[in-house]
Design a protein around this ligand. Structure first.
Ligand SMILES: Cc1ncc(COP(=O)(O)O)c(C=O)c1O
Length: 311
């Protein structure tokens, strides 16, 4: 059997320490030539404060220093991956899932292991399959909830089951929660960090979906680490990664996060009504419709495809 030692939680390895030095050197050279850029490496304090205030809650408290602003959620995922996993290690990625995880991981020399989602169980994770994939080189578990492309939203109890696997196996979670605010009214979304007492979570999000501005490239990482398992290393590595966020748009974060009603209006409600109105029109008896819990398309499942043999 495989034994998991508590030291597996320790970050980073020597490779991450080297990258820290390299990144610091690179920052130094950039600082001399472009002093204005390097001040932005983690984002304006006021913007980080606005994001922290938006997501802060008693179950998962957040301060400005727990927020790193990035160039879109894509860069948030890339930074989180780079800081959690070293080349040669592996990460656990949902199937079906958002293709970017694999692209980014492979570009960083990180191996990808795909765990199954179960359509017949509202796209819940096949927990047995997930746990069977963990080995000594597993560096992180990506949980995408609400899910692209499944349109599913995990229940509280399922999230707790996922956390139990992560805790048992000492695997930190990279939570892609960019669709968090886009669930239909009859469904409740819970950020995974609000349910975690011991598993450290890097939650990635951004303005692209909920605020409908994908081209503005504004994203963030929320660092949830109440047991201080990541320690300073992960935080410092993310902070020192050189990145550029657009200043004009980052200031817009403050406005959008504090004044969301006017802009977003009833987008989610309208989408849900459209879906409800159109679905009966497309009803085909042999197809099984898997309806989304959030602003996503329905999936069609073809149970038996009978094709007449050619004579
Ligand atoms: C699940 C998921 N995560 C992350 C992203 C990337 O978001 P961004 O445009 O902010 O980089 C997308 C975009 O489609 C997405 O669907």
């Amino acid at each position: 059997g495989r034994t998991v030692s508590a030291t597996k939680w320790a970050f980073p390895s020597w490779a991450a320490a080297v990258s820290l030095v390299l990144v610091t050197r690179r920052k130094e050279s950039v600082r001399t030539s472009f002093p204005c850029l390097t001040r932005l490496s983690s984002g304006y304090h006021s913007c980080r404060e606005a994001v922290a205030a938006y997501y802060n809650c008693p179950e998962a408290p957040l301060k400005a220093q727990d927020v790193i602003l990035t160039s879109g959620c894509s860069q948030a995922i890339e930074l989180a991956l780079a800081v959690l996993a070293n080349p040669g290690q592996n990460i656990l990625v949902p199937r079906p899932g958002f293709s970017l995880y694999k692209t980014l991981a492979l570009s960083l020399g990180i191996e990808v292991k795909l765990y199954n989602l179960l359509p017949e169980k509202a796209w819940e994770i096949d927990l047995e399959h997930l746990e069977s994939l963990v080995d000594e080189k597993t560096a992180c578990l990506i949980v995408n909830n609400p899910s692209n492309p499944c349109g599913s939203v995990f229940s509280k109890s399922h999230l707790q089951e996922i956390l139990a696997v992560a805790a048992r196996q000492c695997v930190p979670i990279l939570a892609d929660e960019i669709y968090g605010d886009m669930v239909f009214a009859d469904c409740k979304y819970e950020p995974i960090a609000t349910l975690s007492t011991n598993v450290p979570v890097l939650s990635c999000g951004g303005l692209a979906k909920r605020w409908l501005v994908p081209g503005w490239r504004m994203g963030w990482i929320l660092i949830h680490d109440r047991r201080d398992i990541f320690g300073n290393e992960v935080r410092t590595n993310v902070l020192l990664s050189w990145q550029q966020t657009c200043r004009v748009f980052s200031m817009w974060i403050i406005r959008s996060l504090t004044d969301t009603g006017r802009y977003f209006c009833s987008h989610v409600g309208v989408t849900q009504s459209c879906l409800a109105a159109f679905l009966p029109l497309f009803h085909v008896p042999s197809l099984l419709y898997l309806l989304p819990d959030m602003v996503f398309y329905p999936h069609l499942h073809c149970n038996s495809l009978r094709v007449s043999p050619a004579h």
